[in-house]
Structure formats: structure tokens, C-alpha cells
Write a protein that binds this ligand. Structure first.
Ligand code: GLN
Ligand code: ZN
Length: 763
């Protein structure tokens, strides 16, 4: 039988009960000590190594108080200039980079440091995890500070586990950072490599055998210069006395296979979930002295692995590779919740199909046991796994023939408005009678403490449904009343009854389940709990119609119905792995389309369908964008475009990068799109201008992320810039995004100025 070395690329650090989140927030508020926080960090590391102690190698350095990329910046001594004035505990400066610090009094300044802007944050590849972007310029220099990582290696060793430090590789580190001047980031490579080599030597000196060096950049398209950088880097490390496991994940290697195989490293890890097709050709290229680690357990979803199917595939590989075969999850388990055992309320049938981080490691151990001692040695466990896989495959909860039939009947007409935009716009103008520069908001109004208390009382059974609904209606009344006083043109109901824009709809759709503790780190102390889309999606009954009708009954102004679009529902959920994402998306589209048509029937003639997450679903490789945008845009069109000409469809996207997807955005054919622009000074409208975007646009003029109140002058100035690019007849005036995180005391003066600015513009 065969040895198969088991290892893990990273474990979720936040804790099964989000312990790290609460400890961080308490420390930041000054309610607990730095020592208490550090002690909790050590406890979590210890607990997580304990959970992984049966593996042949466990990751070290995957724990972080905020972000592993920021940790890497500290290890490399790459702190932007503005953070170097700090005097005090380095952990506090680390948080200063992560979170920024507002302007300081003279005493605070003397004691510590100045106020500074936080490091920029952006998404880690195609995940919902956000890292702090490394900053570079022509003067960037690197110096090693490995003390913390070395200390953690020592901790792990003391605990008796086989520690495999995990670091971000130099090429990925450069690639995901940002040059603040015109520096070519690759020019920094020669300064970076000696520090990396020093780090690797320091780990070697501590008795480490293997280091996992993460280079996920290898699953993206690399030009010649970047490919050369990969070669240069790993040839440079040839001399270090430690074995490197070069880890790639999240996608396919494709044309980078030969490059990866040619590198003088001791082993490579590939994502055998997303990049299964890479494995056979890679194997042919890989020299016989190298370890091949296969990521055979999906680190990006919450489904049980079909273990027999994996064994069918890897048994012959194990035969062929012997000791050279390692097995692992496809990527760090950072992207899945910690422990399914915590779930007490999850539907038992659905629960039996799931695996969180702890369970995924159990699956890994089972695979290894089957490889080492034969499948019979773990027969009972494999049979149980097979039973769960079969049950899911055949469950009536998953498969709804009516939904599948409806999907079979999709045709292009479904996504087609009755008339072209110009005709619709004329009819909408006649019926809605809006002024030039119409004003509106993006949907939510402040989620006040009252709202949150009422909802938690309702969920806990302390408030009955009748009283809860009455409380929410009062909130709707309040927001309608405020909007009328402000003189806004198109009103919203304010979304008081919604906890979250995806969960709210997921809870009302068949095919969705919700965990209690399925938290995944989004950034720092922030976690999200993605709903689980497990089955064919259908809408048993209208979801929003009663609320919106009620809101409309309170005003003679047009009330905008408010929905979350199918692509955003999909991209912010854990989704099925038994059908393409596109199929799940089309199912969502049909369900939400029915809601759109019901709203229209109920007399609502302005309907907004939010697609906040459309952009983040873009594949890592540009060559795959077209396919994704094809079904994503078609899903939106199916959702939105069944309405009559005089119903006005809005969509909203809260980001400001449209250059590369503008044609697809135009293809959605929404009558109005509202976007985030206030922080970019309207420059992003150039993309719309250059493309000659034909429909209406509401460029956000009020940065809702900030408590600052925008002035009338500033808003007028922004809109004048907008009008240089887009004809005034097609412009709306609105905030960047929803107002749920703001206070009424901020919202009222800000919107007062916004409405006054619109009046100024009209005059
Ligand atoms: N309608 C939502 C709101 O106003 C939109 C939120 C979002 O785009 N993230 O809150
Ligand atoms: Zn938004």
C-alpha cells in the first residue's frame, strides 16, 4: 500500500465561535488588554493545531490578527513611510496600518503617532476575503522581521506537531501590491529576494523541513516579464536549506504548467478541484524527485467530498507516485466555516450533506487511510460518506422537476424588453413626470437600534409576528415621511425589515438553507455567513410585495421596489457543486423575475434590482470573462426585462470600475444604473462616456462610507463634472450606496444638501 502524506494549507483563524472577532473588537474599544488578545491568539493557534495534529504536516503562520498579507508586509519590513513614526507595541502599529487612525491630539501624537489613512483593502483573488494591499514605490526597501513567525514555529513544535510554515511567495506578493509611483514592481524583485532567502534560512535554522510558499498568481495569465520573475525567484532560492512546496490554488495552471514544473523546488501543490485537468499533463512534466501535492478536497465550498470518486482517481496516482504523492484541501480552509458540529438548528437532511473545515480534514485523513491500508480498512466511514453523497444526489429537496422544466424553456425573448430604451424612456417620462436631475436613494435607510432590537426579539420568539410587522411598518412610515419632507423624487421603503440583502431573499426561497455559525472571515474582525444554496430555486409566494405596496400607499410620489439580483444572490452564497453556476443563476433569475412581475402588477412602476456583486464573480483569467458575463447578464435580463415599457428598471452596483465590463453593463439594458463615484471624482464616468452608454446614470454624489456630510457646493460640482460626460437629461442625483450603516442625524442633513443641489442644478 501507499504512503500519502497529508497536509493542510491553512486553517480558519477566526475561531468556531468567532472568538478572534470579539477579542479584537474588545481590544480596539479599549475594553481588554493587549496581553489578553495575544493570549487568545495563542489559544486559537493551539486549538487549531490540535484539531490538525493527525496530519503529517500542519500549517504555521496561517494565523493572523488581521490579515496574512499584512503579516507578510511586516515580515518583509515593508511599511509605507507614513507608518514609520510609531512608538509603542508593534501590534498597535499593525492595527494602525490595517484600520487607519483618525487625527490625534497633541498628547496622543507625542505618546504614539500621527493620524494616518489605512492601507487599501481589496479582494484576495476570486474570494470574498479582503487583504491589505502592499504598497511600493521607487524607494521601497525590505528588511527581515521574522520574530513572530519563528516564535509560532517554536510554539507548534513545542506542541508536538510537524510545523510547515506558510508564506506568500515573492511574485504573488509583488503582483497583488500597488506601486504608488511609476515604479515597475518587478524592479523590486532583486531587493525582495535576498530578504526572502534570509527568511527561508531562518526557518531552516529552526529545524523546519518544508515551507509552503503560496504563489496563486500562477493560475492567472502572466506575461513574459512575470513568468521570468517566477523563474528568477525560485532559482534564487535553490541555495536555501529547506524544502519548498510551491502552492498554487483557486484555478487552472494551463500555460503556466511547464513553468511550474521547471522550477527547482522540492514540491508543488495544485488545486485538483478547479485545475483537475492540469494534473495529468503536469505529471508528465514533473521530474521524478518532486513531490506532487493534490488539493482533492474543495476548500471553497461546504459540501462533503465524494470520497470513493476521489479514490477512484488517485489510487492509480498513488501507485505511480508512491511517497511523492501528498494530499490536501485545494486551498487554505480560511474560506469555509470552522465546524459543522456547532450547527444545532440546520435542517438535518441538508446538514448530512455538508462538511466544514474540521470535517474536511476528517475526509482527508480518511482518504489517506484508504490509500495506506485499503478502502476496506475504513469501509464503514466510506459507506457512510457514499450514503450521504447518494442521498443528496437523489433528494427531492434538491431536485424540483417544475424548476428544471422552466429552465428548459428559457429563450432569448424572456430577457428582451418590449421596446428599445428611447421609446421606453419617453413613456416613463410621461407617466413618472420626474424633473431634470431626479433625486433618489439606493434603498436602505438607517438600521436603528430599535429595528435591530425588534428583529432579535422576533427571532427569539419574544415578539410575535403581528407586532414585529407593525414595528417594521412604523419604520417604513418614518422613512417615507422623512423622504417627503426632504423632497426626494423617487422614494424607497427603507429596507427596515431586511437583515441582509441576500439572506432576506434566501430565507423566502425554496432551495436555500442557513447556518447558525457558518461564519467566514471577510476582513479583519468582519465575518460573513453565506447562505447555502443547496437545491433547485423556487419562490413559493411573493416576497416583498406587501411591504412595497404599503410604502406606496403612504405617498403619491413613485415608490421604488427593491430587490437583490440573481448574480449577487449567487456570488454571495455557498452554491451547488452538482450543476454549473450558470444554472443556479438562471433559477434565481426566474424566481426573482416572478417577484418583479408581481410588483408591477401591484402598481409599482419603478423597480431596482441590485447587482452589487456582479463584478466580483469575474473569473481569474480574462479569457473566461466572456462566458461568465454572458450568463450573468442574461440572468439579469431575464429577471428584469419582462416588464411593460412604462415600468422603469433600475440597477445598482457599488463600485467604480467599469472600464473593462462596460459593454456588458450596457447589455443589461436597465433604464437607470446607480453607481459609486463620489470618491473617484466622476472620472469613472469616462468609461460610460467613451462607450456612449445610452441609458440613464445616477453617479453617487455622497460617500455613504464616511460620516461626513457632503456640502451642496461639492455635490453641484460633482454633478457638473458628470454633466460634462453624460447629457444632463440622463443624469440622476443619489448617494453612492444604501444608508443602512449611517445615523438619521447624518442622513437628513446630507440628503437635504443633495436635494438642494439638484434644485440648484435645475436652475
Ligand atoms: N439596496 C441596498 C441598500 O440600499 C444595496 C446595498 C448594496 O449595494 N450593497 O442597502
Ligand atoms: Zn451599493
Amino acid at each position: 500500500m501507499h504512503m500519502a502524506t497529508t497536509h493542510n494549507l491553512g486553517f480558519p483563524r477566526i475561531g468556531a465561535r468567532r472568538e478572534l472577532k470579539f477579542a479584537l473588537e474588545s481590544y480596539w474599544k479599549g475594553e481588554s488588554s493587549r496581553d489578553a488578545l495575544k493570549a487568545l491568539g495563542a489559544t486559537l493557534r493551539q486549538r487549531h493545531w490540535e484539531i490538525q495534529s493527525d496530519l503529517d504536516c500542519v500549517p504555521v503562520g496561517d494565523f493572523s490578527f488581521y490579515d496574512q498579507v499584512l503579516d507578510m508586509s511586516f515580515i518583509l519590513g515593508n511599511l509605507p513611510e507614513r507608518f514609520r513614526d510609531f512608538r509603542g507595541d508593534p501590534l498597535d502599529n499593525y492595527f494602525r496600518v490595517a484600520r487607519g487612525r483618525s487625527a490625534q491630539s497633541a498628547e496622543e501624537y507625542a505618546a504614539c503617532c500621527a493620524g494616518v489613512a489605512a492601507g487599501e483593502m481589496t479582494k484576495w483573488f476570486d474570494t470574498n476575503y479582503h487583504y491589505i494591499v502592499p504598497e511600493f514605490d521607487a524607494h521601497t526597501a525590505f528588511t527581515l522581521d521574522a520574530a513572530q513567525l519563528l516564535a509560532q514555529v517554536a510554539e507548534a513544535k513545542a506542541q508536538g506537531v510537524n510545523a510547515k510554515p506558510v508564506i506568500i511567495g515573492p511574485v504573488t506578493y509583488l503582483a497583488i501590491g500597488k506601486a504608488k509611483d511609476n515604479t515597475d514592481k518587478l524592479d523590486l524583485l532583486s531587493r525582495l529576494l535576498p530578504v526572502y532567502a534570509e527568511l527561508l534560512q531562518a526557518l531552516a535554522a529552526q529545524g523546519v523541513e518544508w515551507v509552503q510558499v503560496d504563489e496563486p498568481i500562477l493560475v492567472t495569465e502572466l506575461d513574459d516579464a512575470w513568468q521570468e520573475a517566477v523563474e528568477t525567484a525560485y532559482n534564487y532560492f535553490k541555495r536555501v536549506n529547506v524544502k519548498l512546496l510551491l502552492a498554487t490554488y483557486f484555478g487552472q495552471l494551463r500555460e503556466n504548467r511547464a513553468l511550474l514544473a521547471s522550477l527547482p523546488v522540492a514540491g508543488v501543490h495544485v488545486d485538483a478541484i478547479n485545475g483537475r485537468d492540469d494534473v495529468a499533463p503536469l505529471l508528465k512534466l514533473l521530474s521524478a524527485d518532486k513531490v506532487l501535492s493534490l488539493g482533492v478536497i474543495n476548500g471553497r465550498n461546504i459540501w462533503k467530498t465524494d470520497l470513493n470518486a476521489v479514490l477512484d482517481w488517485i489510487e492509480p496516482l498513488a501507485q505511480q507516485l508512491g511517497e511523492r504523492l501528498w494530499i490536501a484541501p485545494s486551498c487554505s480552509l480560511l474560506h469555509v466555516p470552522v465546524d459543522l458540529e456547532s450547527e444545532q438548528r440546520l435542517d438535518a437532511e441538508v446538514k448530512s450533506w455538508l462538511a466544514f473545515a474540521v470535517q474536511k480534514l476528517d475526509e482527508l485523513k480518511l482518504l489517506a487511510a484508504a490509500l495506506r491500508n485499503g478502502r476496506d480498512s475504513v469501509k464503514a466511514a466510506l459507506d457512510a460518506n457514499q450514503a450521504a453523497i447518494d442521498a443528496r444526489r437523489h433528494s427531492k429537496r434538491v431536485h424540483n422537476p417544475a424548476v428544471k422544466a422552466a429552465l428548459g424553456e428559457l429563450d432569448a425573448k424572456l430577457g428582451q424588453r418590449k421596446s428599445p430604451y428611447a421609446q421606453r424612456a419617453a413613456r416613463q417620462a410621461a407617466s413618472l413626470k420626474l424633473p431634470l436631475y431626479p433625486t433618489t436613494t439606493i434603498g436602505s435607510f438607517p438600521q436603528t437600534a430599535d429595528i435591530r432590537h425588534a428583529r432579535s426579539a422576533f427571532k427569539a420568539g419574544r415578539l410575535d409576528e403581528v407586532d414585529y410587522k407593525a414595528a417594521m411598518r412604523k419604520e417604513i412610515e418614518r422613512s417615507v415621511h422623512e423622504q417627503e419632507k426632504l423632497g426626494l423624487d423617487v422614494l424607497v421603503h427603507g429596507e427596515a425589515e431586511r437583515n441582509d440583502m441576500v439572506e432576506y431573499f434566501g430565507e423566502q426561497l425554496e432551495g436555500y438553507a442557513f447556518s447558525q455559525f457558518g461564519w467566514v472571515q471577510s476582513y479583519g474582525s468582519r465575518c460573513v455567513k453565506p447562505p447555502i444554496l443547496f437545491g433547485d430555486i423556487s419562490r413559493p409566494q411573493p416576497m416583498t410585495v406587501e411591504w412595497i405596496k404599503y410604502a406606496q400607499s403612504l405617498t403619491s410620489k413613485p415608490m421604488k421596489g427593491m430587490l437583490t439580483g440573481p448574480v449577487t444572490m449567487l456570488n454571495w452564497s455557498f452554491v451547488r457543486d452538482d450543476q454549473p453556476r450558470s444554472v443556479s443563476c438562471y433559477q434565481l433569475a426566474l424566481a426573482i423575475r416572478a417577484e418583479v412581475l408581481d410588483l408591477e402588477k401591484a402598481g409599482i412602476h419603478v423597480i431596482q434590482i441590485d447587482e452589487a456583486a456582479l463584478r466580483e464573480g469575474l473569473p481569474l483569467r480574462k479569457s473566461q470573462w466572456k462566458e461568465y458575463l454572458g450568463w450573468a447578464v442574461e440572468s439579469f435580463r431575464i429577471t428584469a426585462n419582462g416588464v411593460e415599457d412604462d415600468t422603469q428598471i433600475h440597477t445598482h452596483m457599488c463600485y467604480s470600475e467599469f472600464n473593462d465590463i462596460i459593454a456588458s453593463i450596457a447589455d443589461m439594458d436597465a433604464d437607470v444604473i446607480t453607481i459609486e463615484t463620489s470618491r473617484s471624482d466622476m472620472e469613472l464616468l469616462d468609461a460610460f462616456d467613451d462607450f456612449k452608454y445610452p441609458n440613464q446614470i445616477g453617479p453617487g454624489v455622497y460617500d455613504i462610507h464616511s460620516p461626513n456630510i457632503p456640502t451642496l457646493e461639492h455635490i453641484v460640482q460633482l454633478m457638473e463634472k458628470a454633466a460634462e460626460r453624460i447629457p444632463a437629461e440622463r443624469l440622476w442625483v443619489n448617494p453612492d450606496c444604501g444608508l443602512k450603516t449611517r445615523q438619521w442625524a447624518e442622513v437628513i442633513p446630507a440628503l437635504t444638501n443633495m436635494v438642494a443641489a439638484a434644485k440648484t442644478l435645475r436652475a
